[in-house]
Structure formats: C-alpha cells, structure tokens
Design a protein around this ligand. Structure first.
Ligand SMILES: C[S@@+](CC[C@H](N)C(=O)[O-])C[C@H]1O[C@@H](n2cnc3c(N)ncnc32)[C@H](O)[C@@H]1O
Ligand SMILES: O=C(O)C(=O)C[C@]1(C(=O)O)C=C[C@@H](O)C=C1
Length: 258
C-alpha cells in the first residue's frame, strides 16, 4: 500500500506536467502537426487538457491488462508517446515471463519514454523502440494497445495494421483501440466536436490555441466513425468488438480474438 502511494508520487514527479502554451501566441506559418521535442516536453499536460477521459482510459488499460495479460506472452504499446499505457500495464501485471514492447516513431517521445521506464524497478522487462509501427513484426501477444495512435496512420495503413494485430494476438488476446471519432449524423458530429472545444476552453485553452492546433492537425489526423472502426476490426478477424468508453468525440473500443 505504502509502496503503491510512493510509486504514484514518483510517477507524478517524473511525468511532471510542464504547461502546454505552444500555440498561445500567433504562429505566422502553421505547418503540419508533428510529435517533436516541443510537443514531447508538454505532452502530459497537453493530452490531459485535450482528450476527455484520457486519465480514466489509462487507468482502465491497467485493469484490462490485469485480466487479459497471460504468462509467457508479449504486450505491445503502439505509439507509446511517453509510456503512460506501458507504465500502467507494467504496474498491473504479475504474470511470469512477459515482455512489453513500447514503440513510437518520434525520437523525442522515445527518449523521454525510456527515462520514465528506467525510473522504476519492475519485474516485467520493457523494450522501448523508435520505429514506425507499420514496419513492425509482432507475435505471441496477449494485449496490444493503440491509444490514440491509429488516427495518425494513413487510411490504407489502418486496415493493414489491424490485420497484423489480429494475427499477432493469441486466442483470448485483446486490442484496446482509443480514438477521436467522427459521426455520420451531422447534428451529433457538430454537437460533440463543440462539446470537445468547450472541454478545452474549460481547461484553459484560448480560441487561438484551439484554432491553431486544429489547423495543424487537419492534414495529419483523420478521424473515422465508430462504425468504420468496427467494420475494420471485423474485417481483420476480431470476433468480439465493443465500445467500452466514450466522452464526447473521444472513446475506446475493445476487440477480442476468440
Ligand atoms: C496521441 S499520441 C499517443 C498517446 C499515447 N499512446 C498515450 O497513451 O499517452 C500518438 C503517438 O503516436 C506516434 N505515432 C504516430 N504515427 C506513428 C507510426 N507510424 N509509428 C509509430 N508511432 C507513431 C506519435 O509519435 C505519438 O507519440
Ligand atoms: O483534437 C485535439 O484537439 C487533440 O488534441 C487530439 C490529440 C489526440 O487525440 O491525439 C491530438 C494531438 C495531441 O497528441 C493530443 C491530443
């Protein structure tokens, strides 16, 4: 119990939230969004203030790990950023002979992620790898996490990686797929996107910050509907698929292999 509290304090200190003010002043030429050093530096604050339910999803990935991770298997955290999902998985599992692979193609993220992982001792080894998840070979997996990562892949690569994930999972293995969603019903779409902007305003972001970030993300983050995600997962082979969390236009789907 005491060890757990100390661990939580350490994690908060390590993941100390430097305030995101990256887009608070006008930027003359807004380029496309990248996960560069500046973004990596403020990422814990940015993602918590930008994604409704992010902290809940991270905690609950830990709960899912406790239930689904099996001894002698691999866990993959695809697009791991600073390793929040990896850390919660590692804290929640005690099965023998498991290995977590935390993969991201941003060197700024991977360098920081490795430091966070090194900061705590735990029995499950973690390999932090700087790589494109499209090029990855995965195998013998009991759990795979795509926590707000698939939306940054090209639409063509989305089906390909889900196919690979299904093949890499063992029977009763789980994929956790969290995404920003779009909605076919335009009234609902507008409402939930507006509610998300209200959420950002309530978390201290200005109209300028919201609009500059939105235009930077426009070409690189393409959202799909929940139905499109479910269809892709079905196409990949998943037998059990359901949304388990949603807040406005953000949410998470679980897909389980029979
Ligand atoms: C929104 S962040 C993910 C947040 C993280 N999963 C978490 O739970 O805190 C998206 C991440 O995906 C990474 N990414 C995007 N495309 C990628 C690719 N093709 N291969 C590897 N990583 C990728 C980005 O560098 C970024 O760190
Ligand atoms: O749509 C937004 O405003 C977002 O900030 C979304 C989002 C995401 O879902 O990944 C985009 C980039 C940042 O990594 C954090 C959050």
């Amino acid at each position: 119990m005491i060890a757990e509290i100390v661990l939580k304090i350490c994690i908060n200190v390590m993941m100390e939230d430097k305030k995101d003010a990256l887009f608070s002043a006008p930027i003359e030429r807004l380029g496309d969004w990248t996960f560069d050093d500046k973004v990596a530096e403020v990422f814990p604050d940015m993602i918590k203030r930008s994604v409704p339910g992010y902290s809940n999803i991270i905690s609950m990935i830990g709960m899912l790990a406790k239930r689904f991770v099996k001894a002698n298997s691999n866990i993959y955290d695809l697009g791991c950023s600073l390793g929040a999902a990896t850390l919660t998985i590692r804290r929640n599992i005690d099965q023998e002979n498991c290995r977590i692979y935390a993969i991201d193609n941003s060197s700024a993220m991977v360098e920081r992620c490795q430091k966070h992982i090194n900061a705590y001792k735990a029995s499950t080894p973690v390999d932090v790898i700087c790589a494109d998840i499209n090029d990855l070979t995965m195998q013998n997996a009991s759990m795979i996490v795509l926590n707000f990562t698939l939306q940054f892949l090209t639409p063509e690569n989305r089906q390909l990686i889900l196919n690979k994930i299904y093949q890499a999972l063992n029977p009763n293995g789980i994929l956790v797929l969290s995404e920003k969603f779009s909605f076919e019903d335009s009234t609902i779409n507008e409402l939930l996107f507006d509610m998300h902007y209200d959420f950002k305003r309530a978390n201290g972001y200005s109209e300028l910050e919201i609009s500059q970030k939105r235009s930077m993300l426009e070409n690189v983050m393409i959202t799909d509907s929940i139905d499109t995600h479910k269809l892709r997962l079905k196409h990949a082979g998943f037998e059990h698929i359901n949304t388990w969390f949603q807040c406005f236009n953000f949410g998470s789907i679980i897909a389980i292999k029979k």
